[in-house]
Unconditional design. Sequence first.
Length: 243
Amino acid sequence: MMEGKKMVGHTGFGYIETIDRPCAELINNLTMMDSANVTDAQNRTGAMDRGIKPLDQGKRIFGTAITVELPLGDNLMLYKALDLAQPGDVLVVYTNGNFNKAIWGELMTKSAMLLKVGGLVVDGLIRDRQANRNHDFPIFCRGTTSVSVEKNGPGFVNGEIPCGGTVVRPGDIIIGDDDGVVVVKKENLSMVIENLKQIEQREITRSQEIANGQALPKWFAQLMAEKGLLPGMNREDTRIGKK
Ligand SMILES: O=C([O-])CC(=O)C(=O)O
Ligand SMILES: [Mg+2]
């Protein structure tokens, strides 16, 4: 639950209307970042598990999270999430382990596109796979099935949720590409942007070194020496426990 925010409804069935958003200028720094570099910039944290994949390879997802918790077998409150989302927001959905029924389909994609929602990440399934692939709307999910769910509730929008083995809160930043989905906690945004600048610079420098014929990085020879694996050593020299 978010402190100090007005809640409509009650525990497990309701929503929080307004969320704390990082400022757009900060978020824009991450627009084109690779998910791989973003997890590196967070000391290898924040990545959802690899079961959550792009429905359509090559589509990126990026935006501020609106979070949704659905009960098993229902998607009513996902429509409330669409209603609350601002242009560019990404819907992130926890289904309470519903891996048998689809909580999203093509008509919802069309609604989302009309509202300029930035995409969908769901720890569960969707349907209308082929039709969804034809739309310019990124979906990251565990898979597809033909069977849909009820529309009765309960469910909650804009609480803290688990998704793909990590925690997502409304206002966190979601970045996804062919490698998977990464969450940047909103309070870490400035630090992540700073770290990313260094990571990107390192990648440029290393790419130039490779282009200039330096196949292995400088640190490699040094590390091998530190590990005692010096050129010319035979097996006996490196035997474990040898004095
Ligand atoms: O009816 C549903 O729950 C989802 C669906 O197929 C659609 O939106 O097209
Ligand atoms: Mg449908």
